[in-house]
Design a protein around this ligand. Structure first.
Ligand SMILES: [Zn+2]
Length: 171
């Protein structure tokens, strides 16, 4: 009862087992004899426990590994699984194809309209550059030049613009 360590208690109990009549063990508070048979059976039990624990640990490890493998394989399999499923959904994909075709058609038409507008704007630009229209003052070609404007007249230079204004005002 006073011995803190198990091995010390066991020593008392072992001695009790071999000397049951030599002491009042109950008064000494040594609870029970520790015989060789008991110790052996305890050792066997302990060994069995250990073996069980080991087996359990091994199984857990196996399970964990299997789970990880399954995870990895699903990750790897996932994209290849999607392909057949999408090709299986033939009616939906056909509908989608038609939708896509319509969208493409719309885009083509929108693109054509845009090109037409751009062409018109280009023409306007060309008019702005006044390829064919000469300077309203000196009659020189305005090709490739950005003309100066005054009312509906176009000039090759500010000089021409001022001269023409004076001519108009004089007239
Ligand atoms: Zn001019």
């Amino acid at each position: 009862m006073l011995a803190r360590e198990k091995e010390v208690r066991n020593t008392f109990r072992r001695f009790m087992a071999e000397n049951l009549d030599r002491w009042d063990w109950q008064a000494a508070h040594v609870p029970s004899p520790l015989t060789k048979e008991v110790e052996e059976s305890q050792a066997v039990k302990q060994a069995e426990k250990d073996a069980k624990r080991k087996a359990k640990a091994k199984e857990l490890k196996k399970l964990r590994k299997a789970k990880e493998k399954a995870k990895q394989s699903t990750v790897r399999v996932a994209p290849s699984r999607q392909q057949p499923s999408s090709s299986f959904a033939a009616p939906i994909s056909k509908e989608e194809e038609e939708k896509r075709a319509l969208a493409e058609e719309r885009e083509k038409r929108a693109g054509a309209a845009e090109r037409r507008i751009a062409a018109m704007q280009n023409k306007g630009c060309a008019a702005g550059f006044a390829d064919d229209i000469p300077c309203s003052c000196c009659n020189s070609s305005l090709a490739g030049k950005i003309p100066f404007h005054r009312y509906h007249y176009k000039y090759c230079s500010t000089t021409c613009m001022h001269i023409h204004r004076e001519i108009l005002e004089d007239g």
